[in-house]
Design a protein around this ligand. Structure first.
Ligand code: PLP
Length: 350
């Protein structure tokens, strides 16, 4: 039986080139700043995003949290979308760990926050209010179907942040997917931000790690935050080596993942009992709804698993499928065939 893993691009395993680079990596103690491979990765990442400095951290969650901690003090407020990964899926770490007050603005379907509502959410100087210090955007936007945020929108948000003297962080876990989809250099998507994070361990296929980029001063503060969170790593060059391969070899090919996601989405849209909003899949993430009476997302996911196709139930009726470098066009066709055949069954066996 064919196996097609569509639950997440975090399922990607390191490429042969990554494993070789990891085995041969020159290493040192990174807490002392002496791991040459980590230093090389951080310098490459900063250069690539047009920022002064960068920091290698174990995960996207820590990348967001150290950025929030570097920008905000206890009791300060951060504005972000109600569907932001940071708000939804990170255990409320900004509040629980860093005492940062999150204030949400509703995300629109394209991942943006309405500019008027965003600006209205910024607090004035009043002894009753927390102080707004940070706006956080997400690019691409995971829960909004991998929607990429355009440079013009980022500029408009950057203008608001500057006008109110607050900072802008971009959770760019999949920033390179946005860059490839919009056909712009990643640094153009980072330009307006005071800090940007991106993940090496998702579509770029490295086993571990994320990067935060910003000014030298910001990175110094973020480095302190990483240490208090227990994220100071020692001979982390074995991990950074895979990250260097990821940046050198795995970015341009993301276009293939987008083409495969598109193929999957178009195919799913043609299957009776499934519903898909066109335009909701612009990169490598596809969400669709099960509308066949009596069938839940979890039941369809279980039936597909028996056919070797793995997807994720993201809600009672909603399923998520994510493409990545271990999924080929043939795999997509197999997944569509399997889904079509399961959906045609009178009574789906799970
Ligand atoms: C947009 C976004 N931000 C942050 C993260 C967190 O990354 P990690 O799982 O490496 O902590 C994810 C993970 O899926 C994500 O999609």
């Amino acid at each position: 039986m064919q196996h097609v893993e569509l639950r997440s691009d975090t399922m990607t395993r390191p490429t042969p080139a990554m494993r070789k680079a990891m085995a041969e990596a020159e290493v040192g103690d990174d807490v002392f700043g002496e791991d040459p491979t980590v230093n090389r990765l951080e310098a490459m990442a900063a250069e690539r995003l047009g920022k002064e400095a960068a920091l290698f951290v174990p995960s996207g969650t820590m990348a967001n949290l150290v950025s929030q901690m570097a920008h905000c003090g206890r009791g300060d407020e951060m504005i972000l979308g109600h569907l932001a990964h940071s708000f939804y899926y990170e255990q409320g770490g900004s509040a629980a760990v860093a005492a940062i007050h999150p204030r949400t603005v509703p995300n629109q379907a394209d991942g943006t926050l309405p500019l008027d509502e965003l600006e209205a959410a910024i607090r004035g100087d009043n002894i009753h209010f927390p102080r707004t210090r940070l706006i956080a955007l997400e690019n691409t936007h995971n829960l909004c179907g991998g929607a990429p945020l355009e440079p013009a929108y980022l500029k408009a948000v950057g203008d608001i942040a500057r006008r109110h003297k607050i900072k802008l962080h971009i959770d760019g876990a999949r920033l390179f997917n946005a860059a490839v989809a919009l056909r712009v250099p990643a640094r153009q998507l980072a330009f307006e931000a005071d800090s940007v994070s991106f993940c090496l361990s998702k579509g770029l296929a490295a086993p571990v790690g994320s990067i935060v980029c910003g000014s030298r001063e910001f990175i110094q503060t973020a480095r302190r935050a990483r240490k208090v969170l227990g994220g100071g790593m020692r001979q982390a060059g074995v991990l950074a080596a895979a990250g260097i391969v990821a940046l050198n070899e795995m970015v341009d090919r993301l276009a293939e993942d987008h083409a495969n996601a598109h193929r999957l989405a178009e195919g799913l849209a043609g299957i009776s009992g499934l519903k898909l909003d066109s335009g909701r899949y612009k990169t490598n993430i596809v969400y669709f709804d099960v509308v066949k009476p009596g069938l839940s997302a979890a039941e369809l996911v279980a039936a597909l698993q028996k056919e070797g196709v793995r997807m994720l139930a993201a809600g009672p009726r909603t399923i998520r499928a994510v493409t990545h470098y271990e999924v080929t066009e043939k795999d997509i066709d197999y997944a569509l065939e399997a889904t079509g055949s399961v959906m045609r069954q009178e009574k789906i066996s799970i």
